[in-house]
Ligand binder design. Structure first.
Ligand code: 6PG
Length: 235
């Protein structure tokens, strides 16, 4: 595990965008495609905006990049709570990525959404190995939509599951990747920003096994924590 600490949320976003571009380049060179899982929430928004800026967007071969989601809220894409809606506005609308390379969670079908999403995942990552999955850290220690006590935390062999809301808003059902898929990724990058995350970040670093985020342990890949000084408790 590697922890990289940045001055503030802007430096953190720039480092995350650089990591995206670097992993995509190496994966395309090695295997012809980059397969990258994106998370929602507010922290990665600035990274997506930076990736869409021409100086960075041109560093990525979008025609060879496949994108999927780490989790989604079961709301329409034009709902402000939709993770895919946010990713569309900040990134996808502004880069030249073929629609066929993007795999959102279908959100119209409640329980069936996860089954449909699982079919997408089987075609994007048939061998389970994503190149990179970005994750966030909730103040309650959740990640993706893996909340404390959720059956999704112990699920195998499904790759995606519907989960009820956790304690933090928005209080809507979700679809989340399960741990076997997350942990099979070649690289996993947590983005953690702000003083409000300092306490929970410290608990994860202290190895508190009760926290869902602590259960993210790549089987054979790299685990990288990108954290700003405030979240690292050095604010
Ligand atoms: C979501 C998520 C979730 C998020 C964390 C951190 O859909 O809510 O993907 O796991 O990453 O809650 O969210 P913030 O970046 O908003 O703090």
């Amino acid at each position: 595990m590697e922890i990289r600490v940045y001055k503030d949320s802007e430096e953190l976003a720039a480092a995350a965008a650089d990591l995206f571009a670097e992993v995509a380049r190496d994966a395309i060179e090695a295997r012809g495609w980059a397969k990258i899982g994106l998370s929602g929430g507010s922290t990665p928004e600035s990274m997506y905006r930076l990736l869409a800026q021409p100086d960075r967007a041109t560093l990525v071969d979008w025609s060879r990049t496949m994108l999927f989601l780490a989790d989604e809220r079961l709301v329409p894409y034009d709902d402000p709570r939709s993770n895919f809606g946010m990713i569309q506005r900040t990134l996808l609308a502004n880069v030249d990525i073929p629609e066929a390379n993007v795999y959102p969670v279908p959100t119209k079908f409640e329980a069936v959404s996860a089954i449909m999403y699982e079919l997408s995942l089987k075609s994007v990552i048939p061998d389970m190995h994503a190149d990179l999955i970005f994750l966030g850290l909730g103040e309650d220690g959740h990640t993706a939509s893996l909340f404390s006590g959720s059956p999704a935390l112990t699920e195998t062999p499904r790759r995606a599951m519907v989960t009820p809301p956790g304690v933090l808003p928005p209080h809507v059902d979700r679809v989340t990747l399960t741990l076997p898929v997350i942990n099979a990724s070649r690289n996993i990058a947590f983005l953690v920003s702000g003083e409000k995350k300092a306490e929970i970040f410290r608990r994860v670093m202290d190895g508190d096994k009760a926290l869902p985020a602590s259960t993210v342990q790549p089987t054979d890949g790299n685990l990288i924590w990108l954290v700003d000084r405030a979240a690292a408790g050095k604010g």
